[in-house]
Design a protein around this ligand. Structure first.
Ligand code: PLP
Length: 354
């Protein structure tokens, strides 16, 4: 399929001060769109000027949330090359999300090609300052004008791009996390293991209440026993206990993060033992009390690695590594960001140039 190209006649000014980019506030000059219509399949791939999309008020995505998305980044290396980190994994996961929400599957190679064509056209928007990148948001949503619950027969696949700032402009600061006991994020059999809009809508209330109390994220526990740790905010979570790295096993309610996968592979390549299994909040608190809880951190594309400095477990404050970043967390952060920005040899073959 040929991607048609309509470039803008009114390019926007690019952000001058890259230290003020923030996250997901600014969008580039173009976007990619493609339609699905039953009987015709996916068709009409096109790059057009970034702008509004007209929707019927009855469009199904607005009423029943048939939407899936991805999040990845393009990095500008010191040599000026544009690099992607395991982008084929994102397209594979996008298709898994589609499958779960009865959305017609995409051709993964073509989706990658579309993403690259768009980034190529807007590559001057990739910021240059240390730690900055171009966030890429592919998403699919149903637009059938019908208020009735059934899978959409008319959909849009879109990709938009946003230059984003360094997550840690002043260095990595460990965060305080509230262990959530009222709300749950996902349950096995639900859709917590795919990236769909509704998961994030349902997490807002807990996040808001935790912020008010001065915590940066919540730690989600399993929905059935309210005991086993699942994720922190929209990140996967790891603990270092007595030299062993432990992360919750993917049993259906946890999002299979690409940073999680890459972290497991890297940590193992260093000779560390990484165990994917259930880990309860009581076990973590007991390890802290016994002095064997060495580190805890979250992983995700936006932040890469976030050290956890403190956990609020019921009435108890569990301080981890005296509130400082641990050695494993720091090494993982340095190594992953080194590979992503092309500073460290990519021995795993994770990086794809534009
Ligand atoms: C996207 C996401 C992650 C992290 O996945 P990455 O592929 O590492 O970015 C973790 N948890 C949730 C809920 C997510 O949405």
């Amino acid at each position: 399929m040929n991607i048609s190209m309509q470039t803008t006649t009114a390019p926007k000014p690019k952000p001058q001060d890259e230290s003020k980019l923030g996250f997901g506030q600014v969008f580039t000059d173009h976007m990619f769109l493609m339609n699905y219509d039953e009987g015709e399949g996916w068709h009409d791939p096109r790059i057009v000027p970034y702008g509004k999309i007209e929707l019927d008020p009855a469009a199904m995505c607005l009423h029943y949330g048939q939407e899936v998305f991805e999040g990845l980044k393009a990095y500008r290396s010191a040599q000026g090359k544009v690099l992607f980190f395991r982008p084929e994994q994102n397209m594979q996961r996008l298709n898994k999300s589609c499958e779960r929400l009865c959305i017609p599957m995409l051709d993964e190679d073509f989706a990658l090609e579309a993403m690259k064509a768009l980034v190529n056209l807007d590559q001057d928007w990739i910021p240059r300052a240390e730690g900055t990148s171009l966030y890429i948001r592919p998403f699919v949503f149903a637009i059938d004008p019908a208020v009735g619950v059934h899978p959409g027969k008319h959909l849009i696949f879109a990709i938009i791009l946003s230059p984003v700032g360094a997550y840690y402009p002043e260095g990595i600061n460990p965060v305080r996390i509230l262990v959530e006991t009222t709300y749950v994020r996902a349950v096995r059999g639900g859709m917590g293991n795919v990236k769909s809009a509704g998961n994030y809508a349902s997490s807002l209330k807990a996040q808001g209440e935790a912020s008010k109390l001065g915590y940066s994220q919540v730690m989600w526990l399993d929905a059935i026993e309210r005991k086993y740790i699942e994720e922190v905010g929209a990140m996967n979570v790891f603990f270092v206990v007595d030299g062993e790295v432990i992360t919750p096993a993917l049993e259906g309610s946890i999002l299979p993060g690409i940073t999680r996968l890459s972290s497991i592979e890297l940590l193992r390549s260093w000779g560390l033992t990484v165990t994917e299994r259930r880990i309860s909040i009581d076990e973590v608190a007991a390890a802290a009390a016994a002095g064997t809880l060495e580190e805890a951190f979250g992983t995700g594309t936006a932040v890469v690695v976030t050290p956890i400095g403190e956990l609020k477990v019921g009435q108890e404050d569990v301080v981890i590594n005296n509130g400082r970043i641990g050695a494993v967390t720091q090494r993982l952060y340095d190594e992953l960001t080194g590979i992503q920005w092309g500073r460290t040899p990519d021995t795993f073959g994770w990086v794809t140039p534009l």
